[in-house]
Design a protein around this ligand. Structure first.
Ligand code: GAR
Length: 189
């Protein structure tokens, strides 16, 4: 069973739902994330865990991990979740967290991947699904696909084409994990 963490629109969450994958819980750091409405419309339990409501990021992550575990979550998918997870969360789901990122990692990690790729003038960028470790977008890569940059692309137009790829790649990677076809190469102390 899958728990999905979101911060924004939730189009990747929607792709997981449309693929019929067993999403049982959706959580966000952002109480106003439209992704939470998508979860509600799909009848999936949704929770908001804004960091301001907790003593520390670690405490928030402990409670978030506990909330997911109580709902039977075995795999956590970061689908546009824009915060870094701390050790208490990573230790609760060792090798069982996937992230989707809008670049060909290890190029352009971080929160501005599409803008950074455009600013660099690359001709090809893409989408990556990878296991999460304690770095910023550094974990072992599961699936990747290239997207060509076109003349006149803006961050919006390019991100739109990258997201079309993400919406295929992320459900495919999740399916591989659920079928036991992916090893979990991330170990946490
Ligand atoms: C996605 O494109 C995802 O790759 C990106 O945020 C977008 C969320 O869209 N994530 C990152 O940049 C993480 N570093 P969505 O909310 O519509 O799925």
């Amino acid at each position: 069973m899958i728990g999905v963490l979101v911060s924004g629109q939730g189009t990747n969450l929607q792709a997981l739902l449309d693929a019929g994958l067993p999403v049982v819980a959706v959580a966000s750091n952002n109480t106003k994330a439209p992704a939470l409405d998508r979860a509600a419309r799909a009848g999936i339990e949704a929770g908001a865990f804004p960091t301001v409501e907790f003593d520390s990021r670690e405490r928030r992550d402990e409670e978030l991990a506990e909330w997911l575990a109580e709902r039977g979550v075995e795999l956590v998918v970061l689908a546009g979740f824009m915060q870094l997870l701390t050790a208490p969360f990573l230790e609760r789901f060792p090798g069982r967290i996937l992230n989707v990122h809008p670049s060909l990692l290890p190029a352009f990690p971080g929160a501005q991947a599409v803008e950074d790729a455009l600013a660099h003038g690359v001709k090809v960028t893409g989408a990556t699904v990878h296991f999460v470790d304690d770095g910023v977008d550094t974990g072992p890569i599961v699936l990747q696909e290239a997207v060509a940059v076109r003349n006149g692309d803006t961050a919006e137009t390019l991100h739109g084409r990258i997201q079309e790829v993400e919406h295929r790649l992320l459900p495919a990677a999740v399916r591989l994990f659920l079928e036991g076809k992916l090893s979990s190469p991330v170990a946490h102390a």
